[in-house]
Design a protein around this ligand. Structure first.
Ligand code: AMP
Length: 279
């Protein structure tokens, strides 16, 4: 696996790849890799000749300084993990490589930016689009791969790619879960065994909603589940919403073509998110 620390070195290497008419797939991550990330790399390998994984803990998307400081950064084990996959290129830039001090960025993302995650984490999606644009510029990939785990992020990046006319195909990959059902996440390393069991309430609630969807009124079922989550030991619920999967606007009837349930909560000090396609 080739490792690059600068955009210039990465660009020169990928230029040669392109001259050989090989396609490039990008998998952007913040590291602390787990099977969810590896599934993206595996998926990328199916349709791209060369897979580039980036590891960059992007400061501009964190609105909580403590969360940024505590974000796990096990770079040596990440490299080992990647070496066991089909990833050909790893890009690990330093913050100074990606940003000049005082740099500004803003893109109009419409209402999508302020819903759900955006409401709880103001500015988060400006930071996400800022770094993803830079990574797309540095890599110029044919395809870029993202997890359904961050479903709203995928919609936001799709919107940016459309608005800025970026010639890349975005691919959404399914959520990888622990055998228990808990969605894998880099932040899970901070959960105790008890908290991991408590965190399962999110997955169980999404499953309960999906199973009850056909037979029940959306709002009644959602209210029962919200009540259960509010009474659930160790869970501080932030939202449990049923939304149109294209706009993320809340739905209270079953007419929308695609419906998704999304939830976020704090378990102890750790924030977890999960979602499930309902229809
Ligand atoms: P992160 O390192 O958390 O920024 O995630 C990098 C990419 O991996 C994003 O596209 C995530 O949606 C995706 N990802 C994170 N966790 C999972 C998971 N459990 N299953 C599938 N994809 C995931």
């Amino acid at each position: 696996m080739e490792i690059f620390y600068t955009r210039k070195a990465l660009g020169e290497y990928l230029q040669k790849i392109r001259e050989r008419k090989l396609s490039v797939g990008l998998v952007p991550t913040m590291g602390a890799l787990h099977q969810g990330h590896l599934s993206l790399i595996k998926r990328a390998r199916e349709t791209s000749d060369v897979v580039v994984c980036s590891i960059f803990v992007n400061p501009t998307q964190f609105n909580d300084k403590r969360d940024l400081e505590n974000y796990p950064r096990p770079i040596d084990s990440d490299i080992k993990m990647l070496e066991s996959t089909d990833c050909e290129v790893l890009f690990i830039p330093a913050v100074e490589e990606m940003y000049v001090p005082g740099e500004e960025w803003h893109i109009d993302l419409g209402g999508l930016e302020h819903l759900l995650e955006g409401r709880i984490r103001p500015g988060h999606y400006q930071g996400v689009t800022q770094i993803v644009k830079k990574l797309l510029d540095a890599t110029n990939p044919d395809q870029a791969f993202f997890g359904q785990k961050d479903y709203q992020q995928f919609l936001i990046i799709s919107l940016m790619v459309k608005k800025l006319n970026i010639p890349v195909q975005l691919v959404l990959c399914p959520i990888v879960r622990e055998p228990s059902g808990l969605a894998m996440s880099s932040r899970n390393v901070h959960l105790s065994e008890l908290e991991k069991r408590q965190a399962l309430a999110l997955f169980q609630s999404l499953t309960k909603f999906k199973e009850g969807f056909e037979m029940n009124d959306i709002e009644l079922l959602r209210n029962t589940i919200v009540q259960d989550l509010n009474n659930s030991e160790g869970i501080k619920l932030e939202y449990f919403e049923i939304a149109d999967a294209e706009t993320l606007h809340a739905v209270d009837n079953k007419d929308a073509k695609h419906i998704i349930a999304l939830s976020a909560a704090k378990v102890g000090k750790i924030r977890i998110i999960d979602n499930m396609i309902i229809k």
